[in-house]
Design a protein around this ligand. Sequence first.
Ligand SMILES: O=P(O)(O)OC[C@H]1O[C@H](OP(=O)(O)OP(=O)(O)O)[C@H](O)[C@@H]1O
Ligand SMILES: Nc1nc2[nH]cnc2c(=O)[nH]1
Length: 190
Amino acid sequence: MLERLKSSLINSPVIKRGEYNYFIHPISDGVPSIDPHLVEEIADYILTITDMEKVDTIVTVEAMGIPVANALSLKTGVPLTIIRKRPYYLEGEVELSQNTGYSKGVLYINGLKKGDRIIIVDDVISTGGTLIALVKALRNMGVEVLDVISVIGRGTGYLQIKEHGIEPKILVTIEVGEKGVEIKNVFGDK
Ligand SMILES: O=P(O)(O)OC[C@H]1O[C@H](OP(=O)(O)OP(=O)(O)O)[C@H](O)[C@@H]1O
Ligand SMILES: Nc1nc2[nH]cnc2c(=O)[nH]1
């Protein structure tokens, strides 16, 4: 299960971004290139653990949630909305702050409204900062978040996300050290 994802993660290089050990992987960085079979393996697996029947929109965050979220959209016919890092000044646009372990920024929500039922799909959850802020903003808008899925979870920092009533589905959980990536858990394994 998720064999391509696991083996590619184990082979990921790690660089320093300040004090942060940042792993580099096709799904989370787009480099050196994204194997479509890897994306398909991930999308097919997500479809086995997610009820898409009630989902109006798949929501992802620019940039690297897009490949997997787009594959899900193509496979299901459910539209995709991308939370962007720049404003469009459209009516109803909602702005939120993004804080990750190595960056700060602003995200902009467009295309969603009260009553929409959505799932969030992202590539990595690390501190949980991005997803906590996003889920709060969506709930304030009256958007119903049915599921939160991240392909990769790193460390344990994101576990505080549960205090916000969010139970993310993390496909593969890893630890990232200076020397490399270690797999800690795979969704569905005991
Ligand atoms: O749990 P957190 O600490 O918030 O980190 C997770 C976020 O970090 C990455 O985004 P990033 O802003 O690096 O953008 P990218 O997708 O453009 O690489 C990733 O796509 C998540 O959105
Ligand atoms: N590629 C990549 N994306 C991240 N998003 C949050 N942490 C990381 C990381 O270590 N590597």
